[in-house]
Design a protein around this ligand. Sequence first.
Ligand SMILES: C[S@@+](CC[C@H](N)C(=O)[O-])C[C@H]1O[C@@H](n2cnc3c(N)ncnc32)[C@H](O)[C@@H]1O
Length: 278
Amino acid sequence: MKNECTESAPWTLRRGDCLNVLGDVEPASIDLVYLDPPFNSGLRRQGRKGLTFDDRFVDVAAYREFIGPRLIQAHRVLRSTGSILVHVDWRTSHHVRFLLDEIFGAENFVNHLIWSYGLGGSGPRSFARKHDDIFLYGRSPDYWFEPPLVPAKSVRLRGRMKKATDVIDIPSINNMAIERTGWPTQKPIALLNMLVTACCPPGGTVLDPTCGSGTTLVAAIQSGRRAIGIDMSDEALGIAQQRLERTTSLLAIKDPMPRVARARRSGPQENAPLAQSA
Ligand SMILES: C[S@@+](CC[C@H](N)C(=O)[O-])C[C@H]1O[C@@H](n2cnc3c(N)ncnc32)[C@H](O)[C@@H]1O
């Protein structure tokens, strides 16, 4: 599959098992893969209005058989300056890290990010589980990266910005949030904004193989990147399409010159490959 994103339509959605769809993506054509797969929770994940997706595997070996080949395809489609973010939690993070070491090479490990989200239950027999794990690996040592800045908290640096650490404090989406779509396990746009702008060059292409409601794609478009989303669910893709259409038209009202075009015209940053044309 050629990258079909253009300056006026900088996103593409594909339906199907991401293993097959990724197999059609041109090798070395993508700047960032963000993968937020099922977590092997053993549940049918429930959102609003009957929206669900299946998060059940027979056992952890079946989960590894699911995730491994998809990571191999992700590795194949990344440019040498690209990188991957894999978002999992305590159930499988140790297995996924091991697979990433095998497929990407332990030397290409960059960060184990902790997304600390606050909400959630606690039990009497353990510390409350309040974080997800996000692994960042470069495709090579030349991976592109722009350290994100966050407001400093210390008294000494009050009012100034500092480089973000590997612990990201962003609340999960609450029930009343405007951004809430009803898709189960939707991630906050603030989290994806930070990840996409840190790991994908302006004008580059982000691919999300299990895009759900399209949060990654919205973050990409808002910041002048191109986006490719894949999901098995028609309902998820319907939500993603609506969000992307709304985002594209809001941006066109605010800024008639598409952001991707602006990023390309002002030239790539050091190490940043030009986005492919359609
Ligand atoms: C954790 S959710 C992604 C949520 C998304 N990040 C968001 O913010 O809405 C996982 C998604 O994987 C999709 N999925 C599960 N297996 C898949 C497969 N083999 N290929 C493509 N999508 C798949 C599900 O339909 C679901 O939308």
